[in-house]
Design a protein around this ligand. Structure first.
Ligand code: HEM
Length: 207
């Protein structure tokens, strides 16, 4: 699911308007040009995901761009509580890597995050928050490796609204190392809170 997002968000009409290449969005570039794109800072950890997917993609007969979105939809639909997602097929695979700098980082402020979603797909504040339902079935591994697999809510195996409820709670402490960029104090033992989720839950445009 994270891979679907990091492939798809890498598109920028704003860059194109400046005469630069803005990326192709959900074009499979993160997997086709994985050496380049998984080295981008926000894509940390996705190299392993890409390589574990590759044999399945090669045998699937599907294009890379479609395979990423299809497998993300299947994986998400398999989560208890999730709807069965429809997938549209027929994307064109990338012929060049996306530029760096288009994937949101956990240390970005709300203005930066909202501007990025607005540029990528004309998504508004509400749609940006809707996307974050993904963090209901998510964990961190690489932001603080001392607590890898730390989930973002107390029910990471269930696609539910618990992530949104718990992100509203006051943070009490760091479950791993203190002072890591992009990490906020979390309210529940064993739970990890990204600073971006903390800020979005407290801004009057997105709370
Ligand atoms: C403001 C936007 C977002 C930021 C800053 C952000 C950042 C992050 C970070 C830092 C991690 C932890 C990575 C690691 O250490 O392994 C993560 C995990 C994850 N994110 Fe996001 N994310 C955002 C939005 C999204 C969206 C829109 C989706 C999908 C639609 C998504 C899906 C996931 C998933 C599924 C994981 C868990 C991956 C795993 O368990 O290995 N995120 N996100």
């Amino acid at each position: 699911l994270r891979l679907t997002f990091h492939d798809a968000i890498a598109i920028s009409p704003a860059l194109e308007a400046e005469g630069k290449f803005g990326g192709g969005g959900a074009d499979g570039s993160i997997m086709i040009f994985s050496k380049t794109e998984t080295a981008f800072h926000p894509n940390i950890g996705l190299d392993e995901v890409v390589e574990s997917f590759r044999p399945f993609q090669e045998r699937s007969g599907m294009g890379v761009a479609d395979f990423i979105q299809f497998s993300g939809a299947v994986g998400t639909s398999n989560c208890p509580g999730a709807p069965v997602l429809n997938v549209s097929i027929g994307r064109t695979d990338a012929t060049r890597p996306a530029p760096d700098g288009l994937v949101p980082e956990p240390f970005h402020d709300v203005d930066t995050i909202l501007a990025r979603f607005a540029d990528a797909g004309e998504f508004d504040e509400l749609e940006t928050v809707w996307f974050l339902i993904a963090h209901s079935v998510a964990a961190q591994n690489d932001i603080d490796p001392t607590v890898s697999h730390a989930p973002f809510d107390s029910t990471p195996e269930i696609m539910d609204g618990q992530f949104f409820i718990e992100t509203q709670l006051r943070g009490e402490g760091f479950i791993g190392k203190a002072g890591i960029e992009g990490v906020a104090k979390s309210p529940v033992r064993g739970e990890f809170r990204l600073q971006s989720d903390e800020l979005l839950a407290r801004d009057n445009r997105t709370a």
